[in-house]
Design a protein around this ligand. Structure first.
Ligand code: FAD
Length: 384
């Protein structure tokens, strides 16, 4: 990472040998020659999420009122949503006495949404929020418009798009930052293994389909929540308020919502990295996230990203550990079921499940560059 530097263009070279998909080439295809333009151009290709706009206000403030601390009628750990006929108003506690409030406003014709003043924010709080909330000492006041769009491909040769450069959407559901961090999390271990020379470049090809799939889901969910949250039809508003009040009071719905917001529930069911799945197994399937087990070191932890093997010790498994020492954690983890093996990626998602070490060997051999790892006869690995 280079700070205080602006990217104005890039040349996509393959280790300095030949140039491929340079900005000029992109330019020839789409009439562009800057990275930002490329992102915009790629985003425009994603027709399913053309830019829908609503206008909003976002501000971090302290809310205060006599009687209750800070005037907020809920514990400082709970966000609250007020569905007013004028539009939604949301309060997010950040730290004791510090809150972020957000409200949607009618779209203006101005080129950029105007920055709200503290008085305007207070007027909205008074009209839409709980009685007695007073805002003062704002640290951030901002007007923004919502765009929902994403690029068609997160990778162009040696260039990878991560975070808002690849996808932007409404803040409804609070997914933007999480999604960007998980893009980086998905890419980092793959880059590390490829740069180390253990796996071939094709491992990196899985980044775009995996994260693009998640990006599509996040965009859809954020779009739906925004539509519901900004309903203007009074009948629709009443129905939403009634159903929302009932549903959000249910514990399972709250859990599902929390899982979705934290993105713990996401998976890669269609990933090109998914290997064999054991039929009839009660364990997690390829592409599903393995919940960290208490007392075990987190999957992928340590200086070098490695796959984890959940299996009973055996000769064939010891062989696997030796043959793929650069890719596998040196220690086995206890299997989920006695005769089942689970290979888990460094980011905690299942790669494949099997009863035979040869299936796992074949999977890892397919990723490896090393001729030793690739060529060893699979039959020699045997079953357990
Ligand atoms: C009002 C609002 C509320 C939000 N609320 C939430 C929330 O509750 N939860 C959540 O998860 N997310 C939320 N988000 C989204 C979240 O803020 C973003 O998803 C996240 O900040 C994106 O991080 P990023 O690093 O991908 O991009 P950015 O934070 O945009 O960082 C990109 C950086 O690249 C720099 N840059 C841009 N162009 C160039 C160039 N050509 N050369 C060099 N540097 C360049 C920029 O200056 C910037 O520093 C919200 C967003 C908004 C607008």
């Amino acid at each position: 990472m280079e700070r205080e530097v602006e990217v104005t263009g890039f040349t996509n070279k393959k280790r300095g040998r030949r140039s491929c998909a340079s900005p000029r080439r992109w330019a020839r295809r789409g009439g562009i020659d800057r990275l930002a333009d490329w992102v915009r151009w790629s985003a425009q290709r994603c027709a399913s999420h053309a830019g829908r706009e609503v206008c909003g206000r976002d501000a971090a403030k302290r809310l205060d009122a006599g009687g209750r601390p800070y005037g907020y009628p809920f514990p400082d750990t709970e966000a609250s949503v007020y569905w007013h006929q004028d539009g939604a108003f949301v309060v997010f506690p950040i730290s004791p006495g510090r809150y972020r409030v957000l409200a949607d406003l009618p779209l203006t014709k101005a080129e950029r949404p105007p920055t709200p003043t503290l008085d305007q924010a207070q007027a909205i709080i008074t009209r839409r929020g709980p009685p007695g909330l007073i805002a003062y000492d704002p640290i951030w006041l901002a007007g923004f418009r919502i765009n929902g769009r994403k690029v068609a491909d997160y990778r162009s040769g040696r260039v990878f798009l991560v975070g808002d450069a690849a996808h932007v959407h409404s803040p409804a559901g609070g997914q933007g930052m999480n999604t960007g961090m998980q893009d980086a999390f998905n890419l980092a271990w793959k880059l590390a293994i490829v740069v180390r020379g253990t796996c071939g470049d094709q491992l990196l090809d899985s980044y775009s389909p995996e994260r693009s799939y998640v990006g599509d889901q996040v965009l859809k969910d954020a779009g739906r929540l925004t539509t519901i949250g900004t309903l203007k039809n009074p009948v629709g508003q009443s129905l939403r308020n009634l159903v929302g009040h009932f549903m959000l009071g249910l514990m399972p719905v709250q859990h599902a919502f929390a899982n979705s917001m934290t993105e713990m529930a996401i998976g890669y069911p269609k990933s090109p990295l998914n290997g064999a799945a054991l039929r009839g197994s009660a364990g997690p399937k390829p592409g599903v996230r393995v919940v960290p087990l208490q007392g075990q070191s987190p999957l992928g932890s340590g200086g070098t990203p490695r796959f984890a093997l959940f299996a009973q010790p055996s000769e064939a498994v010891t062989d696997l550990l030796k043959r793929f020492g650069e890719l596998l954690e040196p220690e086995l983890r206890a299997p989920f079921a006695h005769d089942e093996m689970l290979l888990v990626r460094p980011d905690g998602y299942v790669a494949c499940s099997a009863t035979s070490a040869s299936v796992v060997g074949e999977y890892l051999g397919g990723l490896c560059i090393s001729p030793m790892a690739r060529q060893q006869p699979i039959a020699a690995m045997g079953g357990r």
